[in-house]
Write a protein that binds this ligand. Structure first.
Ligand code: NAD
Length: 270
C-alpha cells in the first residue's frame, strides 16, 4: 500500500498566501486532502460537501488560514450560484477553483436508473461548468486563476457498469480543454487531474460490495480491485493528489494548460 499514511499535507509553504480556494466536495476524501494541501501552502479555503464538516473545518483552521463552509448541493445550479456569491463575499474572489464533488453509481446501461444518470452528470460534470462560468470573470479581471477539475482515469478509459461516471469524466476533460484554450493567453489556467484508485468513502463502497459479492475479506477485495486495473498495486492518496494540486497552482505550472494529468499507478499506460 502507499507509503504516505500520515493523513497530513506533505508540503508546507506560504506560496499561496493571499489566495482563496473553493474546493467542492471537500468534507471527505480527495477534496479534503486537496483543501488541506492548499491550506498548508497558505490559501484560505471555502469548504463544501455533505455530512459533518466540523472535523474538516478544524483541520484547515489548524493550518493557520481562514476557512469557511457552504453546504450547496452541487446538483443544483441555484445553490451553486449562492455558493459562488458566498465565497466571493467571504474572501473577495475565488482564485483557485477545484471542482471535485462527485458520486458513483454502478449498473449496466440497460439497468441504469435514469435518476442516477441525471445525478451523476449534474454533480460530476455540470457543476464544474456552473462554478467555472461564475468564477472566470473575476479570474480574468485579476489575470490570475487556477481551475483544477478532478476527473479520473475514467476520463480517459472506460470500465463496464460505469456509464454515467465515465461519460461525465470524459466530459469534464473536454470542458477543461476548452476552458484552458479560451484563457490560454492569460494568467488563468485550467487542468484536470485523473486519479486511479484512491481509498476514499466512494471507493470503500465498491470494496465492500466486491467483498460481499465474492465472499472474501475487505483486504482481499482491495487487493483484487487493484490487481484488475492498477499495475502499481497501490492506492493513490488524497495527500499525494493535494501535492499535485499545489504544483498546478504554483509558478512552474503557468504554461500547463488543458492537461489531463494521470496519477493512476500505471492504469492508463496499459
Ligand atoms: P468521497 O465520497 O470521499 O467525496 C465526495 C465529496 O463530494 C464529499 O465531500 C461529498 O459530500 C461531496 N458530494 C457528493 N455529492 C454532492 C453534492 N450533490 N453536492 C455537494 N457535495 C457533494 O469521494 P472521493 O473519492 O474523494 O471523490 C472525489 C472526486 O474524485 C470525485 O469527483 C471522484 O469522481 C474523483 N475520483 C475518485 C477516485 C477514487 O478512487 N476515490 C478516483 C478518480 C476520481
Amino acid at each position: 500500500m502507499s507509503s504516505n499514511t500520515t493523513n497530513q499535507p506533505l508540503s508546507s509553504s506560504k506560496m499561496l498566501a493571499g489566495k482563496s480556494a473553493l474546493v467542492t466536495g471537500s468534507t471527505s476524501g480527495i477534496g479534503l486532502g486537496i483543501a488541506k494541501a492548499l491550506a498548508a501552502n497558505g490559501a484560505n479555503i471555502m469548504l463544501n460537501g455533505f455530512g459533518d464538516h466540523s472535523e474538516a473545518m478544524r483541520a484547515i483552521a489548524a493550518l493557520g488560514v481562514e476557512v469557511d463552509y457552504n453546504g450547496a448541493d452541487m446538483s443544483r445550479p441555484d445553490e451553486i450560484e449562492s455558493l459562488m456569491s458566498a465565497a466571493a463575499a467571504r474572501f473577495g474572489q475565488t482564485d483557485i477553483l477545484v471542482n471535485n464533488a462527485g458520486i458513483q453509481h454502478v449498473a449496466t446501461v440497460a439497468d441504469f436508473p435514469v435518476a442516477r444518470w441525471d445525478a451523476v452528470i449534474a454533480i460530476n460534470l455540470s457543476s464544474a461548468f456552473h462554478t467555472s462560468r461564475l468564477a472566470l470573470p473575476a479570474m480574468q479581471t485579476a489575470n490570475w486563476g487556477r481551475i483544477i477539475n478532478i476527473a479520473s482515469v475514467h476520463g480517459l478509459v472506460g470500465s463496464a457498469q460505469k456509464s454515467a461516471y465515465v461519460a461525465a469524466k470524459h466530459g469534464i476533460i473536454g470542458l477543461t480543454k476548452v476552458t484552458a484554450l479560451e484563457n490560454a493567453t492569460t494568467g488563468v489556467t485550467a487542468n484536470a487531474i485523473c486519479p486511479g484508485w484512491v481509498l476514499t468513502p466512494l471507493v470503500q463502497a465498491q470494496v465492500d460490495a466486491r467483498a460481499e459479492q465474492l465472499g472474501v475479506s475487505i483486504e482481499e477485495a482491495k487487493r483484487g480491485l487493484l490487481a484488475e486495473k492498477e499495475p502499481s498495486q497501490q492506492f493513490t492518496t488524497p495527500e499525494e493528489l493535494g501535492e499535485l494540486a499545489v504544483f498546478l497552482c504554483g509558478p512552474a505550472s503557468s504554461n500547463i494548460r488543458g492537461a489531463a494529468w494521470v496519477m493512476d499507478g500505471g492504469w492508463s499506460a496499459q
